[in-house]
Design a protein around this ligand. Sequence first.
Ligand SMILES: NC(=O)c1ccc[n+]([C@@H]2O[C@H](COP(=O)([O-])OP(=O)(O)OC[C@H]3O[C@@H](n4cnc5c(N)ncnc54)[C@H](O)[C@@H]3O)[C@@H](O)[C@H]2O)c1
Length: 364
Amino acid sequence: MSKAARIVVAVPGGSYDVLVGRGLLSEAGVLVRQRTSARRVSLVTDDRVAPLFARRVLDALSAEGLEPVPIVVNAGEKSKNWQEAGRLVETFSGAGLGRDSAVIALGGGVIGDLAGFAAAVYLRGVPVVHLPTTLLAQVDSSIGGKTGVDLPRGKNLAGAFWQPALVIVDPDCLGTLAGNEWSSGLAEVAKSALLDSEDSVAALERDAVALGARERDAVDRAVLMSVGLKARVVSGDEREDADRECLNLGHTFGHALERELGYGVLAHGVAVAEGLRFAARLAEREAGVAGEWTSRQGRLLDALGLPPLAPRCVAANMLEAMRADKKVRDGRVRFVFSTGPGMWKTHVPDETVLADELARTCQG
Ligand SMILES: NC(=O)c1ccc[n+]([C@@H]2O[C@H](COP(=O)([O-])OP(=O)(O)OC[C@H]3O[C@@H](n4cnc5c(N)ncnc54)[C@H](O)[C@@H]3O)[C@@H](O)[C@H]2O)c1
C-alpha cells in the first residue's frame, strides 16, 4: 500500500473517512489537524500498546501543536468498565480539555469502545478519532460508531452510538499482535468475505496461507476488503435494525460460547469462527443451503488457522445463553445464515433442530 486508501462511511447528517495505509500512525497529527477542529487532544491507550506506538503518535500530535494529554489504562477487557470510563472523563476535565478538544483512541477494541464512550459523554460529546491496532479493531470495531462498557451482568450493557470523526488504519501495527489475537481478527475477516462476494471469498482462499505468515500484500487486501464491507453495511444504518444485522453472522453461537466457557477463555474471534461453522450446519439443515457451501466455509476457516473446536459446553446451557442474548426478540433465537458468497438471510430455527444441532456440537 503506497498511499492511503480512503473509504467513506455515511452516517445520519454526514460522513467520515476510514484511511487505510502503512505508516499512517506517524501522520496522525497532520490528519487530526486537517479533519477535526481540535486544538488539544487526549491520547487514550493501554499499557501493552503504549510502549509500542504511543511515542510515535504523541510526537506526531505534538508536532502539530495539539498538546496531547496521554492516558494509559491496563490492557484487557477488565478495563472496559464504568469506573474506568469515569476516570477518563475526570482526567479530561482535570486537564481542562474543552469543546475544542478530541479524544484519540490508540489500541484494540477495548480502547476504542472505552475511549469512544468517554468521548461520547464528555461535555455531551467531543470528537473521537480511532487508531485501531488489532486486526479485529481495524476490520470491525473501529467502524460503525458503537461505543460502550461492560457491566457486571454482561458485556456492552452500557454505551452510546458515537460516530468517529476519522478512523486511521495502519496495518504496520499488526506485526506485534499475539497469535490468538491474530486468529481472532482473521475470523472477522472470514465473516466479512462470506458476506461480501464470491470474489472476496476466492481471494481469501488464495491468501489464507500468506495471511498466516502475515505477508504484507495479503494483509493489506484482507484489511481493505473487510473495511469496505463494514463501511458499506453500517453506512446509513446506525441503529442496526436492517442490513447491519448481517454482521451478527457467527455471533449468535459465538457469544453464547464465550459466555458459557467464561469470558477470556477463548479469543472472541475464535468463538465466532466456531459460530460460523455452527450457523453453516444449521443453515444446511434448516434453510436448504448447499452442503458444498458448508464444506467450503469449513475449509476456509481451516486454512486460516481456525480449526473446529469440539467445545466443552453443555447444549442446554448454550440454548439458555442464546435466549439471554440482548439481541433476542420475543424469546426466539434468530440466526444469520450465509446462503452463499455475498448472500445472507435471518432465520428463526426450529427449536428441535437447534437443540439437536447443539447436542451434536457441544462436547460438555
Ligand atoms: N464497537 C464495536 O462495534 C465492536 C465490535 C467488535 C468487538 N468490539 C469489542 O472489542 C473488544 C475486543 O477487541 P480486541 O480483540 O481488539 O481486544 P483488546 O483491545 O483487548 O486487544 C487485545 C490485546 O492486544 C493488545 N494489543 C493491541 N494492539 C496490539 C498490537 N498492535 N501489538 C501487540 N499487542 C496489541 C492489547 O493490549 C490487548 O492486550 C471487545 O471488548 C469487544 O466487545 C466492539
